[in-house]
Design a protein around this ligand. Structure first.
Ligand SMILES: Nc1ncnc2c1ncn2[C@@H]1O[C@H](COP(=O)(O)OP(=O)(O)OP(=O)(O)O)[C@@H](O)[C@H]1O
Ligand SMILES: [Mg+2]
Length: 402
């Protein structure tokens, strides 16, 4: 019997093919001819994301506009192609297969997430109710595991990149693949240090051989995201020894055999949750678990009961936060929205924070418009590229910068 010769052809790299094909078919369009712009959903130095209606079909979509001035065609094609490639996963934002250019922008269309992003529903200093957080984490973990199985590393895991379709997090999807790269590929410079950045990337000096893209950095960011969701705080500002909150945590991690006091910010968690965090946030990337680890811990409680009641008792976004216990949930919800709005405005005009009681500290970020990180208390958005001039506000563990 003769064997077939077809097996000898090399496997097609779908992502690369998608990039080439998209480049060949990239049309110049006038947005207003085909789309009615409803409102802006997000904005940055990269460009913007607009909610639009497709004029012929009446379909709502999110159009992501990347400025030609600052975005190379190659980067646009990569982000679009990776997004399209990953979109069959039910927990990754869907795509319409639409990409085009205008005079000033490269543009692609995504499904519209009606409830915005995860950041907007995490009550600062309180966190989401445990069942809501677990629901969300479950879906994000599947998305991330899917990516890692495909040998892709997201590299920008944070609440702003988790899109939600309802405030109870029954349906959430991972998005923003602008930083995504193939696992193992070399990258020169690490883009900024934010609270989600893994310690191995936080060090000042870049190794002479450069960095290698590693899924373990997503696992670290995922662990930090989990902490943020459950507490409404960041565990630290930066995973560096100079950060007291991080150092306390690192000491506890290193002393795992001999024991030692649980760091103050982590005392609200059950032993089960602490075991999970220890693995997700292992200081050594080689020993860090995979994102799948989280699935083993869902059946057990993560938060200890507290005076304010079990966080799980409150509805997502109901704003049942300390200091507003006597108000109704409707009022709470309004308060929460107000608080988030005020935080947004404040980051736009950081000087407002200057007079607050807590110490503020500036670090770089190019996109002051996006939020900044606040260590174990305050909670603000962080730009993914924090390298040149953005601002991070650090507060004491009780106060928030509003
Ligand atoms: N499909 C969508 N539906 C609803 N809102 C969206 C959608 N896509 C993006 N947004 C909103 O726009 C914000 C920015 O979008 P995205 O994360 O894709 O841009 P970005 O690449 O993060 O920009 P940056 O350079 O600032 O990091 C999101 O955090 C979210 O609030
Ligand atoms: Mg983003």
């Amino acid at each position: 019997m003769s064997s077939s010769p077809v097996v000898s052809s090399p496997p097609i790299n779908i992502v690369e093919e998608l990039q080439v094909i998209t480049a060949q078919n990239l049309e110049k369009l006038e947005v207003n001819k085909y789309y009615e712009v409803i409102r802006e959903l997000g904005k940055g130095t990269y460009g913007k994301v607009d909610l639009v209606i497709h004029k012929m079909r009446g379909t709502k979509m999110a159009l992501k506009f990347l400025k030609k001035k600052t975005t190379k065609l190659r980067s646009f094609l990569r982000e679009y192609s990776i997004s399209l490639y990953l979109s069959p996963c039910p927990f990754i934002i869907n795509m319409f297969g639409i990409a085009f250019e205008t005079d000033d922008y490269y543009v692609f269309a995504q499904e519209y997430a009606v409830a915005g992003d995860l950041f907007d529903i995490i009550p600062p200093q309180v966190g989401l109710p445990e069942p809501v957080a677990k629901r969300c984490v479950h879906q994000v973990a599947i998305a991330l595991d899917y990516m890692h199985y495909k040998k892709l590393v997201h590299r920008d895991i944070k609440p702003e990149n988790v899109l939600i379709f309802d405030r109870e997090c029954r349906k959430v999807k991972l998005s923003d693949f602008g930083m995504t790269r193939r696992a193992g590929s070399p990258v020169k410079r690490v883009s900024g240090t934010i609270p989600y950045t893994a310690p191995e990337l936080c060090g000042a000096a870049e190794p002479s051989e450069g960095f290698c893209v590693d899924p373990a950095t997503d696992v670290w960011a995922f662990g930090v995201l989990l902490f943020c969701m459950l507490t409404g705080n960041f565990p630290w500002e930066k995973a560096l020894p100079t950060d007291a909150f991080y150092e306390e945590f690192a000491r506890w991690q290193r002393a795992r055999r001999s024991g030692g006091p649980v760091p103050s910010q982590w005392r609200r968690f059950t032993d089960e949750a602490l075991r999970m965090f220890r693995k997700l946030l292992s200081l050594d990337p080689q020993r860090r678990c995979s994102v799948k680890e989280v699935f083993r811990h869902f059946g057990r409680r993560w938060m200890l009961d507290t005076e304010v009641g079990i966080a799980g008792g409150a509805a997502a976004g109901s704003g049942n936060h300390q200091g507003a216990l006597s108000s109704t949930s409707e009022e709470d919800e309004e308060d929460e929205d107000l608080l988030v709005d005020r935080m947004k405005q404040q980051t736009l005009s950081p000087a407002v924070c200057g007079g607050s009681k807590m110490g503020t500290m500036e670090t770089g970020s190019p996109q002051g418009h996006r939020y900044a990180a606040v260590a174990p208390t305050g909670y603000e958005r962080v730009a993914r590229d924090n390298t040149s001039g953005s601002r991070i506000l650090v507060t004491t563990p009780i106060e928030i910068c509003v």
